[in-house]
Design a protein around this ligand. Structure first.
Ligand code: GDP
Length: 473
């Protein structure tokens, strides 16, 4: 490998190493210092790859405002189970087929685009639910611009509705409420709206600023209105990107396909991805062999907010990985290698940042108001509410406890996911974590603290907060 990179013969490199007293074979790994000596021996210059080098190779220069153009919004649908997320995604996709937009048969690639009645494009992430949203976010990829909160009009605000609200709020992503199943005769949209008030979601019909649209995924009623609402929200957000630069994007799905090899669906976030582009994606790299859109058509380029299947990867990346186009294959390979080597350290460091002590230390380092994000799970609604109130009282102008989510019941994987994404510890009050949540918390380095007396919990948080204040004086 080293010989290859220096464009020297492998046998000569082995010979040189033997002269230095290293009895190695061609396939044996040597350490970086030895490699540097060998490289100099051959009259080449060694360049060690560091984070800074990676930054340089990857074009991270900020776009000038005159280069920016509007881009379609990227939308994720969230809500309680059975409230109609999947049906709504299907119905919206069909609208575009019905209006003759789709050429071929729709393909499931993880995201698709739809045209609004006014002709604007909207990109929908095709994986409803919270797990996808948080797992992407915990990997640093925030791809969602707008969350559609689906609430069934024949039901009410349910636990996962509240979870979705908290996820969206934690990620600071604006919401649009879709009141679904409006075709049912027992539908009661007003109840949904008043229910939402209790969770600080004030919809426009209640004089708030969150758009609400009544829809039926079954009959198609209101779907155009929903698309219009999205377009309106997108306009407010002024979403922009520069199509005239090297592409960067996020992997939303990846798999090893029997016939096609590793395939990743990438959502282009900036620039334009073209056939033949050389790229690095997480710990993999490649050269775009083909691009396939959500209609199964082969395309030659994909601009901002376009979801596209990318063929030509060295291996399968993970959802949430970032793709960056670089200039040469050598650069792509080097960055991928470097990432493989450093990934382990990074994982360890990232996992460790969620204990209460570390959060305090981090808050201390920040000049601004220290904010301590926490998640609360309790045995009954009454205690959950009491704890939230107690936590909110602890804050002053320097330290603030922010309750990201509070709920009733055992600590689950979803909680751990949100905690990881927001680098927050989980407080269990008279509840435990289930086995799988315990395991994933261990893996992700999320701290779970158990309490059965509110005063103990309040004391612990207060002590941490006042320790922080003393340290600042
Ligand atoms: P998800 O779990 O949120 O993805 O919900 P689904 O999309 O699987 O829908 C749950 C059930 O509600 C299914 O039986 C759907 O057929 C039904 N459903 C979804 N949307 C509507 C609607 O607008 N009207 C009626 N009547 N039923 C709906």
């Amino acid at each position: 490998e080293l010989a290859n990179r220096m464009a020297e013969r492998a046998a000569d490199v082995v010979k040189a190493l033997m002269k230095m007293g290293m009895m190695v074979t061609m396939n044996q790994a040597i350490d970086a210092d030895t490699a540097e000596l060998v490289i100099e021996e051959f009259g080449h210059k060694a360049v060690r790859v560091s984070d800074a080098d990676v930054e340089q190779v990857i074009d991270t220069v900020e776009d000038k405002s005159e280069d920016l153009q509007p881009r379609p919004p990227i939308v994720t649908i969230m809500g309680h189970v059975d409230h109609g997320k999947t049906s709504l995604l299907d119905a919206l996709r069909k609208t575009s087929v019905a209006t003759g937009e789709a050429g071929g048969i729709t393909q499931h690639i993880g995201a698709y685009q739809v045209k609004t009645p006014n002709g604007q494009l909207v990109t929908f992430l095709d994986t409803p639910g919270h797990a996808a949203f948080t797992s992407m976010r915990s990997r640093g990829a925030q791809v969602t611009d707008i969350v559609i909160l689906v609430v069934a009009a024949d039901d009410a605000v349910m636990p996962q509705t509240v979870e979705a609200i908290n996820h969206a709020k934690a990620a600071k992503v604006p919401m649009i409420v879709a009141i679904n199943k409006i075709d049912k005769h027992e539908a009661n949209p007003t109840k949904v709206r008043t229910d939402l008030l209790q969770h600080e979601v004030v919809v426009e019909a209640m004089s708030g600023d969150v758009q609400d649209v009544e829809v039926s995924a079954k009959t198609g009623l209101g779907l155009d209105d929903l698309l219009e609402a999205i377009a309106l929200q997108a306009e407010v957000l002024e979403l922009q990107a520069n199509p005239n630069r090297a592409a960067s994007g996020a992997v939303i799905e990846a798999k090893l396909d029997v016939g096609r090899g590793p395939v990743a669906t990438v959502l282009v976030q900036n620039g334009t991805l073209r056939k033949g582009d050389i790229f690095v994606v997480g710990e993999q790299w490649g050269k775009v062999r083909a691009l396939i859109n959500d209609k199964g058509e082969t395309i030659t380029e994909a601009g901002p907010s376009v979801p596209v299947e990318v063929l030509g990867l060295s291996g399968t990346p993970s959802a949430g990985d970032t793709l960056n186009v670089v200039e040469t294959e050598a650069q792509a390979r080097e960055i991928a290698d470097y990432r493989i080597k450093t990934a382990k350290d990074k994982r360890a460091a990232a996992g460790a940042a969620t204990t209460l002590e570390q959060l305090m230390a981090k808050a201390k380092a920040d000049q601004s108001v220290a904010e301590l994000p926490i998640l609360i799970k309790a045995d009954v609604q009454g205690s959950a509410e009491a704890i939230v109130q107690a936590m909110e009282k602890i804050g002053n102008e320097e330290v603030r406890v922010r309750v990201l989510h509070s709920g009733v019941g055992a600590i689950t994987d979803t909680d751990v996911g949100l905690a990881e994404a927001s680098k927050a510890p989980i407080i269990g009050f008279n509840v435990r974590a289930n086995a799988s949540a315990r395991q994933s918390a261990n893996q992700k380095g999320v701290e779970i603290r158990y309490y059965s007396i509110i005063y103990d919990l309040v004391d612990d948080i207060k002590a941490a907060a006042s320790g922080l204040l003393k340290a600042e004086v």
